[in-house]
Design a protein around this ligand. Structure first.
Ligand code: PLP
Length: 461
């Protein structure tokens, strides 16, 4: 087995070249061009002594797929190059990536600060599951207010968390501002870049230390499998804070042995997270799913370009509809995050966004039941366009007041725009809006009934 030797990740190649070639393995036995799927639980040892050396980490070889597997390693190398990180770890889902990334830093009794606008699944994970582990999350009210960030730091604060393009409100954060604050306070800044991908932004270059993704979304694109990744920028110096992060500065094998930082340098965090967190809790990614992710990554830039172009066209069209009161897409010049979008996302601001219908939940129901090309589905970053009503699905467990505070009103509809032809997406929405208009007119003259809505649905054919 041989690997390609090009120095990827050192600005020698363009993004599209790296997404195809970085990390790839050319099989030395048969010359298979595509990195093979090494679907094996473990790896054979030549002898008693060989096994002992492997377990002692003396020859750097493989032991068991829960710790490392060649297919996964190849995809990790590709992601490390694309994010300009130091090393990466693949895990079984985005939720697993967030969990192991933070458990690599935090322990019981610790506190961490987060931006307020996040994927609801992350919030619930932090508020409920992390709380049960004795780890407390605190959401700042205004992520643009440095004084508030500073005010909320406690002696036991150990990390900062945020999202590049927050799901679903797209209220962008100023990554460099938060990165500077994290550096001043000696805290690692972990950022979920699922909605942006390294094609739109490389958060490490803007001051984030650790990047996580749900690779189930844009990175894969096909929607056929779940995956997650943790990318270590190698930019946080753990050795400066031995009291805050003792796991990196305690001799690994007892007194006299090296610490993780001494042994692994700038990848100490990733090594610890791979071996002591993911390796023990066990949310490993199957090499089969790593292979599927690899297939998706090879076309990432092409897809994301098309996603962004389609999303801007759909958002602009929606903004012009009288039934729509607002569109949460930072690519629109009317959006409050537009200045940050111009500064951080010159290639586009992704393709997941909400818009609010003046007609509330009734209008949302008719619209969602009327689309035909869009799939009614809880997912995003798929090549297919998707539609969802957050208030009755992903955010249904919250009270109406809690949803209002998050801007998740009864008329909010979330779209994930795919890579289909723009004209077809607009035609599907036009037809659904026509059905909505007809139903509202019927209601206005007292002729509305669920049956009438059914008839209106048939008008589309
Ligand atoms: C921003 C973000 N992060 C993480 C996740 C969780 O990812 P997964 O479904 O792969 O566990 C999601 C899921 O929608 C998400 O939107």
């Amino acid at each position: 087995m041989t690997t390609t030797q090009q120095p990827y990740g050192e600005d020698n190649f363009g993004f599209s070249t790296e997404q195809v070639h970085a990390g790839e393995i050319i099989d030395g036995d048969f010359g298979a061009r595509i990195t093979p799927i090494y679907l094996t639980a473990g790896f054979v040892f030549d002898s008693f002594d060989h096994a002992q050396a492997r377990f002692a980490g003396e020859d750097g070889g493989l032991v068991y797929t829960r710790y490392a597997n060649p297919t996964n390693t190849a995809v990790e190398a590709k992601l490390t190059a694309l994010e300009r990180g130091a090393d990466s770890l693949l895990v079984s889902s985005g939720q697993a990536a967030i969990t192991v990334a933070l458990l690599g830093i935090l322990q019981s009794g610790d506190h961490f600060l987060s931006t307020p606008s996040l994927y609801e699944g992350s919030k619930t994970l932090f508020r409920e599951n992390f709380a049960r582990l004795g780890i407390e999350v605190e959401f700042v009210d205004d992520p643009h207010d440095l004084a508030e960030w500073r005010r909320r730091v406690r002696p036991n604060t150990r990390a900062i968390y945020g999202e590049t393009i927050p799901n679903p409100k797209n209220d962008l954060i100023d990554i460099e501002l938060i990165g500077r604050f994290a550096r001043e306070e000696g805290l690692p800044f972990v950022i979920d870049s699922t909605a942006s991908t390294p094609y739109l932004i490389r958060p490490i270059e803007h001051g984030a230390h650790i990047v996580v993704h749900s690779a189930s979304k844009f990175l894969s694109g096909h929607g056929a499998s779940l995956a997650g990744v943790v990318v270590d920028g190698g930019t946080f110096d753990w050795s400066l804070y031995p009291a805050k992060f003792p796991q990196f500065s305690t001799p690994i094998g007892g007194p006299g042995s090296p610490t993780l930082v001494e042994k692994f340098g700038r990848t100490a965090y990733l090594e610890y997270t791979r071996t002591n967190i993911a390796g023990r809790f066990g949310p490993v990614l199957s090499p089969l799913n790593a292979f599927l992710l690899q297939q998706g990554l090879e076309t990432l830039s092409l897809r994301v370009e098309r996603h962004c172009r389609n999303a801007l066209a759909v958002a602009s069209w929606l903004e012009a509809q009288p039934e729509v009161s607002s569109v949460d897409y930072p690519g629109l010049s009317s959006n409050p995050s537009h200045a940050l979008a111009v500064r951080y996302y010159p290639r586009g601001t992704g393709s997941v966004f909400g818009f609010t219908l003046r007609g509330g939940v009734d209008a949302a129901r008719i619209l969602i039941d009327s689309v035909e090309l869009f799939s009614r589905m809880s997912h995003m970053g798929d090549v297919r366009s998707l539609i969802l009503h957050p208030a009755s699905t992903s955010h249904a467990h919250l009270t109406a007041e809690q949803r209002d505070a998050l801007g998740i009103g009864p008329g909010l509809v979330r779209l994930s725009i795919g890579i289909e032809d723009e004209v077809d997406l607009l035609a599907d929405l036009e037809a659904a809006f026509a059905a909505l208009r007809l139903s509202q007119q019927a209601f206005a003259v007292g002729a509305w009934s669920p049956c009438a809505v059914g008839v209106l649905g048939e008008l589309r054919v």
